[in-house]
Design a protein around this ligand. Structure first.
Ligand SMILES: [Zn+2]
Length: 459
């Protein structure tokens, strides 16, 4: 018996003894789909009035649709680091793109691989290249972009040489995913991660999709938004190709499908077109849909905050994989910070409405992005119908009443200084707790600690 088979046999025996999870004796597969730059309210699966995501709508009808799902940041690398580790950016310290996710962090792929799952990942942008640490735990990580990309061409990015391409179109991602499922689908359990990059700028949809989304109004912004929506529709179609393959191969019943996005897109709501510079809701509220026939309820809309960092512990809970160790044997990795929501997901129950969502604005050297001046890191706290946004180096402290002003247009920090101060204290406490991550100074580099101290964020 191979070690992989032995681990599986032990796992199956353990699960069978557990008794209360029907069907848990047969380990299930995980298909994790991460769509880059997918703003929740631009998905028809979430009520958008143009048919951008019919396949996601069908997936939601067959599973759970989470309405209050949040990315921890509006930046690709840091968000994926949280999705993979269950840690917040102040703990994993990937606080901008181009930094390396430290090997000591324990990823979802590592825990599934060690429990006997075959693992494979398809990255569709150079941002998630293996050299940045995202391939940890994957037997195979596909990150070659020289031939299959969009109009984006960069020879160099964050000081790193590319292979000439920067990204992969959805058609190519779908082909790779389907080929992998055809080859390994029957050899489960497996974990396949597929990243989709097309909604990210540049917005250059295939012509067949572009014609279906004519601009609503004249001008550069309506034209760009229309192309963005066409890119979403193209991605949705290609995700459908993969879901069809699951059906065709008879794998759908034994596969937990989880679809998320790493962040949204601003589309000029707060003076910027893309993402990264702000953490207003249009850039951090993301779609999240989970389908697992017979194991998760179908057609249920779940309210209450859920975060990308909740994904690793929740998925481990659903698949019956106990987490042990921290990956590298040194015992120095921080404890997972996301919540195991598997019981609530199985019940299709609403999530704790008072859960505080911690947000992180990526680090910038002082500069101007578009027309927005950015400097250092920023943070946000979203709790009890209110949202505080602070970026001390930019002199930004804003307070929004989300119930009365969901678009975050009227800053109430001057009118409600006591509430702002109360939330700032709570944010500081939460940041300090998450920065330490049960692992004290090691989690945050010295420079990071100094910055947090300067902001009054450590005690
Ligand atoms: Zn992204």
């Amino acid at each position: 018996m191979t070690s992989r088979a032995l681990v599986l046999a032990l796992l199956v025996a353990t699960a069978a003894c557990g008794g209360d999870a029907p069907g848990a004796a047969r380990p299930a597969n995980l298909l994790l789909l991460s769509v880059d730059t997918l703003r929740q309210d631009r998905c028809s699966a979430y009520g958008h009035d143009r048919p951008t995501t019919p396949r996601l709508a069908r997936l939601a009808a067959e599973g759970l649709r989470f309405d209050d799902a949040f990315a921890p940041t509006s930046t690709t690398g840091p968000s994926h680091a949280s999705l993979f580790t269950g840690l917040f950016p102040v703990a994993h310290r990937v606080v901008r793109n181009g930094l390396v996710l430290d090997e000591r962090h324990r990823t979802l792929a590592e825990s599934l691989r060690d429990a006997g799952w075959r693992t494979a990942g398809i990255a569709s942008s150079f941002v998630l290249e293996e050299r940045f640490g995202y391939a940890q735990g994957f037997d195979v990580w596909q990150d070659e972009f020289s031939v299959s990309g969009s109009s984006m061409r960069l020879a160099e990015w964050h000081g790193e040489e590319t292979d000439g391409g920067f990204d992969r179109r959805a058609t190519a991602t779908a082909k790779r995913a389907v080929r992998w499922l055809e080859t390994h689908g029957d050899d489960g359990p497996w974990f396949l991660f597929a990243h989709w990059f097309d909604p990210h700028n540049p917005y250059d949809p295939p012509p067949a999709h572009a014609v279906r989304f004519p601009p609503r109004g004249a001008g550069v912004v309506p034209e760009a938004v229309a192309r963005y929506e066409a890119e979403i529709a193209y991605t949705d179609e290609q995700i459908g190709v993969v879901l069809d393959a699951l059906d065709r191969l008879g794998l759908a019943e034994d596969t937990l499908v989880l679809l998320v996005a790493d962040h949204g897109e601003e589309l000029m709501d707060h003076g910027h077109m893309e993402h990264g510079v702000h953490i207003y809701d249009e850039t951090v509220r993301v779609p999240m849909i989970a389908r697992w026939p017979g194991r998760l309820p179908a057609g249920v809309v779940v309210s209450g905050p859920v975060e990308l960092a909740d994904v690793p512990p929740t998925v481990r809970g659903l698949l019956g994989v106990a987490e042990v160790g921290d990956g590298d044997g040194t015992g120095d990795a921080p404890d997972v910070q996301g919540r195991d929501l598997s019981a609530a997901w199985r019940a299709g129950a609403a999530l704790d409405p008072d859960h505080a969502v911690l947000l992180h604005r990526r680090h910038y050297e002082p500069r101007t992005e578009g027309t927005i001046a950015v400097a250092g890191e920023g943070f946000g706290l979203r709790v009890g119908g209110w949202k505080l946004v602070v970026a001390e180096e930019e002199g930004r402290r804003e307070l929004y009443d989300l119930a009365a002003d969901p678009g975050e247009t009227v800053d109430l920090s001057a009118r409600e200084p006591e509430r702002a101060a109360r939330l700032a204290r709570r944010l500081a406490d939460l940041l300090a707790e998450r920065a330490r991550g049960g692992d004290a100074e090691d989690t945050v580099d010295e420079d990071g600690l100094r910055r947090l101290e300067a902001l009054g964020y450590t005690k």
